[in-house]
Design a protein. Structure first.
Length: 164
């Protein structure tokens, strides 16, 4: 399995896995399959310019994705978004590797932290993020009727040139 940054030339691959994610896990995201099926080709290209998107590849197939963006809630911070792993590849460390890639990208930009929002009923994602060093901040907001999303944050400490 290999993690790599998606370039604009990867827009069809990126579109394909995003639509698979929205179809397979409609409750995990603040968007919907219907909404994104309506995007034109340029919108998919623009998306790759606006966020740092990572793809997990295995044997030529795209098996996972996640992206990093500027965090609107924290000055200089980065936000981890759009995390999804193909069900056939789950529990083999793909999400952990994608998180590592986003964190490495954030560190390279001297970001103070990586944060994310996750549905409060998404037990597997909550467990994943906790295992990867994210902690609940106590912030929550309505995601959809009856379900809140909660914010988790992982501070990135930086010491003596070695960023850990
Ligand atoms: C959540 C998700 C991304 C996890 O992907 P994954 O590749 O299976 O995760 P990993 O294999 O890297 O798991 C790393 C650790 O997270 C925890 N974890 C992951 N999935 C878990 C689950 N279903 N139950 C309990 N713990 C889980 C475990 O501690 C795991 O380590 P272990 O397998 O050694 O015990 C995947 O289930 C998914 O795509 N779900 C649907 C979309 C989604 O919810 N996205 C998140 C939106 S915020």
């Amino acid at each position: 399995m290999e993690i790599r940054v998606a370039t604009v030339d990867d827009w069809e691959r990126s579109k394909d896995i995003r639509l698979r994610a929205l179809a397979e896990a409609p409750n995990a995201f603040c968007s919907s399959l219907d909404r994104e099926l309506a995007f034109d080709d340029q919108a998919w290209r623009d998306r790759l310019e606006q966020a740092r998107t990572f793809l997990a590849l295995s044997g030529g197939a795209t098996v996972g994705t996640a992206a990093g963006t500027a965090d609107p809630h924290e000055n200089g911070g980065r936000e981890l978004v759009a995390m999804w792993v193909d069900p056939a590849e789950r529990r083999s460390g793909v999400a952990r590797a994608l998180i590592d890639a986003v964190v490495e990208w954030a560190r390279a930009q001297n970001a103070p932290a990586v944060a994310l929002w996750v549905a409060e009923d998404n037990a597997s994602a909550l467990r994943l993020y906790e295992k990867c060093g994210f902690a609940l901040t106590g912030e929550r907001e309505v995601m959809r009727p009856g379900v809140d999303q909660v914010r988790m944050r992982r501070p990135l400490t930086q010491a003596a040139g070695v960023v850990r």
